[in-house]
Design a protein. Sequence first.
Length: 415
Amino acid sequence: IDFSTASFKSFENISGQDAYATAAQFQEYLDWLKNNGHLNYRIESQSPVGPEMDLLLPGDTAPTRSVCLVSNDYLGFSQHPAIKAAVTEGIRKYGTGSGASPAIGGHFSYHQQLEKKIAAFYGKTDGILYTTGYTANSATLQCLLHQEDLAIIDMAVHASVYEGCLTTNTKRFLHNDLHQLEHILEKAKDTYRTRFVIVDGVYSQDGDLAPLDKIAELTHRYGAYLVVDDAHGIGVVGTTGRGVIELFNVFDQVDIITGTFSKALGNIGGYVIAKPELVNYLKYQSKQHLFSTTATPAIMGIIRAIELVDEEPQWRERLWQNINYLKEGLISLGLDIGTTASAVIPVKVGEIRRTLEAGRLLLRSGVYTNPIMYPAVSKKDARIRLNVMATHTQEHLDKVLQAFADADRVIGLRP
Ligand code: PMP
């Protein structure tokens, strides 16, 4: 195995090896990454989530203060005093755990309130909670789609959608390619019982958006249902932070909305919003909901966070000022940031090796980013991914731009 071009994926089921032998070889790969300063994954942060964090870098004994561009806490809500107070109040009033799964004693007022609150946020009446956004996608799709059905997915959807489709027929269309989507819908219309078109609102690796108005029109023209995961859109995109669904004004055209509380809302958990009968079906039929203990009372912070998306739009405004400032700076350095329209900015490098090296150089300049490579993106499309936060200052962003300029001079950051 050539470690310089290998990826985590290369170590899945190495043929002829048992699991322990594969794990041992994977350990060699991890050691190689670490010894070459390339291990940006699982770096220990010793301070709270924020625009700057104290990182214990590989081989170091003391932490380094770094500008953080790896957090989905886009609005800074994980540190918001009013949200922390709501979490504390939840724990004070209800304790630290819920004690059971929802159908058999684990459904409390704070779950009921949050289900209603997140549904009302989209102008709907009914929602269901899951432990994570990942489970919201995988569980819902697994529960609703069977052998006679078809999932039609954009190639770039999140891993949790792929997992949800493992037990059904699946056809993929090239990212945002509406001609291919229409072709699949046309061919599938008399062949499969239920057809779900499943897209992300904001794509997590490119930060670009699904054209939901056009996708909704096509989907319904061919009698299919539309599922949208707007994990990175909520709180960020749209005038009032209702996400890509608001941007394209398709509240009534999306059949199932899924999302997460773990990004702009600063907590953890996933949700699904749909017509009442479908939500009820999931509540009693979706195994990952039914047989898993409900969220802790700390989710009372999410109820407050949803209110603050409306009450304090200044965080979203600041976030967008930061996004635009960083984008303009990267473009003026001549770097390729694709077609992002969100708080996720990819700096496209191409090769895995140079991307890893860029991650290392940036980290050593005090700028913490995520090098993203196969299997998250295709093999020649590696990039440095940046997540912007409302709480970054111009000074932070200038430091980031300087570090990119320096790394570009040393190794070249263009595909
Ligand atoms: N969907 C998308 C598009 C995501 O980027 C993520 C986050 N990694 C998820 C779903 C999963 O959300 P969570 O982290 O809450 O499991």
